[in-house]
Design a protein. Structure first.
Length: 353
C-alpha cells in the first residue's frame, strides 16, 4: 500500500523533480567522508552537506557516503555543487529505478541494488547510487547499514592497492563488495532449496511448504531483477570508453563482469530448481492421493461381495431356503471370512497391498 502510494507521488511531476519514492522517510541525514592517498588517510563524520564540498576537490581520491534519500534538499545541494543533471538527481531518489549507468563528460552515474538478508531471515533490497567524478566518488543510500565495511577496513588499514589507486578503483571496490554479497545471498538461497528438497524427499513436508516455496520464488525474482541489468552496467564500464576509467582498472572490471555473469547464471539455475520444487511437491501430493485412493478402492473391493451377501439375506422374504437352516448364520459368516481372506491374498499377490 505504501509502495504504490510513493509511486503516485512522482506522477505528473516535471522531469528532474526530486521525489523520494522509498518508505524510510524518518531517516536522519548521515554523511561520512574518506579522504586518502598512499600516505594520508582521514575519516570524518560531517554535520551538513555543505561540509562535504571542500573534500570533493581534494586529490587523489575521496569517498563521500550520504545516507538518507528522504533528504531531497541535501541531494539537490550537492547536485548543484557538482553540476549533476536534474534527471540524475531524480534517479538518485527514485528507489524503483533499475540498475543502470549514465555517462556524462565530467562524471559517471551508476545505480545498483544492494541485497542482504535481515536478522529475521527476509531478503532486503536497498537502492544505491554512485557518482564517479574527477578524484571523488559520491554514494547515496536510503539508510545506514550496508555491505561496504570490507572497503572501509581496507581504506583504514591501507590493505591491498585501494589507497594507491584513484577514484575509479574505489568505485570498482564498492561495486565488487555489493556483488560479493550476492554470492553470500545465493548460498543462503541454495541452503533453503536444499532444506525444502530434503523435506520433500523424506516425504514429510509441513503444511507451510507451499508458502515457503512461493516466498523463495519471490526472493529469486527480486534477485534476478537486481542482477540481470547489472551485467550491462559492468560491461559498459569495463569497455573503458570513458576518460575517468583508467586502463589499469579495466582489468578489475572485467573480473567483476565475470562475477556478475556467474551470479546471473546461479540465479537462473536456482530459479529452475525452485520450479522443480513446486512440481515435486505437486507430484508428492498426487502420489499421496493415489495411495489413499488405492487403499479406499481395496477396502471397497473387499466389502462389496460381503455387502452383497448381507443384502441378499437381509431381504424380508419368508421363503429364502437358507433361513430355516440351523447353522446358516455361521455358514454365512464363514463364507464371508473366506472371501475376505481370499481377496487379501489376491491383492498381496498382485502387490497392491
Amino acid at each position: 500500500m505504501g509502495k504504490s502510494k510513493n509511486i503516485k507521488k512522482s506522477l505528473g511531476q516535471a522531469p528532474g523533480t526530486i521525489v523520494y519514492t522509498g518508505t524510510k522517510e524518518s531517516i536522519e541525514l548521515f554523511i561520512d567522508v574518506f579522504d586518502y592517498d598512499v600516505d594520508f588517510f582521514e575519516e570524518k563524520e560531517l554535520g551538513t552537506i555543505e561540509d562535504s564540498f571542500p573534500y570533493i576537490a581534494s586529490k587523489p581520491a575521496t569517498w563521500i557516503n550520504i545516507n538518507g534519500l528522504n533528504h531531497v534538499d541535501a541531494i539537490e545541494k550537492i547536485g548543484s555543487h557538482c553540476n549533476l543533471h536534474p534527471l540524475i538527481l531524480e534517479d538518485i531518489a527514485n528507489t524503483h529505478q533499475r540498475a543502470k549507468i549514465e555517462e556524462y563528460d565530467e562524471y559517471l552515474f551508476v545505480v545498483l541494488k544492494m541485497l542482504h538478508i535481515n536478522s529475521d531471515g527476509q531478503l532486503h533490497t536497498e537502492h544505491v547510487s554512485f557518482i564517479l567524478g574527477e578524484g571523488y566518488v559520491l554514494s547515496f543510500q536510503e539508510a545506514e547499514g550496508d555491505v561496504f565495511d570490507p572497503v572501509r577496513n581496507r581504506l583504514r588499514n591501507a590493505k591491498g592497492r585501494i589507497r594507491s589507486n584513484g577514484a575509479d578503483y574505489l568505485l570498482y571496490a564498492l561495486m565488487d563488495a555489493a556483488v560479493d554479497n550476492y554470492f553470500t545471498l545465493m548460498e543462503t538461497v541454495g541452503e533453503k532449496i536444499e532444506t525444502l528438497e530434503d523435506a520433500l524427499f523424506e516425504d514429510k513436508p509441513n503444511d507451510d511448504i507451499v508458502y515457503e516455496i512461493q516466498q523463495l520464488k519471490k526472493e529469486i525474482l527480486r534477485i534476478k531483477r537486481a542482477v540481470s541489468p547489472l551485467r550491462e552496467v559492468v560491461n559498459r564500464l569495463e569497455k573503458g570508453e570513458h576518460r575517468l576509467i583508467s586502463e589499469k582498472t579495466e582489468f578489475y572490471l572485467r573480473d567483476l563482469h565475470d562475477h556478475v555473469i556467474q551470479v546471473s547464471e546461479n540465479v537462473e539455475i536456482y530459479r529452475e530448481m525452485i520450479w522443480g520444487l513446486m512440481d515435486m511437491h505437486m507430484t508428492t501430493l498426487g502420489n499421496k492421493m493415489n495411495q489413499i485412493m488405492k487403499v479406499l478402492t481395496i477396502v471397497a473391493s473387499i466389502f462389496i461381495p460381503l455387502t452383497f451377501l448381507a443384502g441378499v439375506y437381509g431381504m424380508n422374504f419368508e421363503n429364502i431356503p437358507e433361513l430355516k437352516f440351523k447353522y446358516g448364520y455361521f455358514v454365512l459368516w464363514g463364507i464371508m471370512i473366506l472371501i475376505f481372506i481370499a481377496l487379501l491374498y489376491y491383492f498381496r499377490r498382485k502387490k497392491w497391498l
